[in-house]
Design a protein. Sequence first.
Length: 371
Amino acid sequence: MDRIFVWLMRLILSLAVIGALFFAFTWYVLSRSLPDYTKTVQFEQLIAPVEIVRDTANVPHIFGKNDHDTLFALGYAHAQDRLWQMTMLRRTAQGRLSELFGEATLPIDMTVRRLAIYSAARQSLSALRPDTLAKLDAYALGVNARLLEINNGALGRGAPEFFLFSNAISPWTAADSLAIIKLMGIQLSSHLQQEVLRARASLILDDDRIKDLLPDMPGNNQAEIIDFTRLFPEIPPNRATAEAPHSALSPFKSIALSGASNAWAALPGRSATRGTLLANDPHLELTAPSIWYLARLELSTGGVIGGTIPGLPLVLVGRSAKLGWGLTSSNLDDTDIYIEKLNPLESSEYQTPEGYKPFIKKQSIVRIKDK
């Protein structure tokens, strides 16, 4: 009995030691991905010294001597704290979620690629003013400086979440920032879903009932309700589906969770403090981490502080010494759905006023994890 007890104690102690070593190793590896806010680093892309001071809420206050260095430091700070979030936003806009999550996100990638969000972002670069493009490039340099620091210093994967995936992290570009702006536009728009809902309702309801349930916006420039039943008599109402993919990772939100916002202001004579008041509430989905990232920037035009979005060198809601600004959804009709009538003899052609024309085809390869 004594020998059994001794061996049992040895086994328990051995397991405890192995568990402690495993925990210590895991903590060491994961903690390597956490940023060190106290160190001094040198980057050749900086024009002059820049300082990032974190307050007790970990909000970065960035003091640079020029806009290039300040935006460089903002990119660096974003990559320190929100690298996983930034890369997920970029992958969503690129239609590359399936490289991480497999077939579950394939419908999202296919829809995003049909909309060509990332291609549109790259094309938008040519429309930017040189000073705007310079700011985007300065921000991207800061993000990439952090990526280089992670790789050269063996600082884990840059964020603990990356240990779950082996995929490499591509350098940040100005087009990535523009793609996130366009992705936000998709997230805040419900017109795609609204138009599908209206089209489906028109298959079974008359015009007056549709306008009662889904009223027209005020104004005279309204398109008449199309008789979809006459156009496609062979489609049963319960089969007329063209909805966006639903998933926690999908940028296509339901009508109930799509964009909304409030903003109001009060003149000094209407406030107890005798100062102008501005209230702004952009209704965005509750996520962890939040889509917002508070930061203070010292720019050539003065200091600004407020809410940024990781991936963007912008203070979208905030204030300066003399001005406060907010951001609301315009709820404009920015999305149209086209129903193409196919050539019954050749499905690769669609009907136009001039007759049938072939679809323009572009190849897009979606890489799927483990496939």
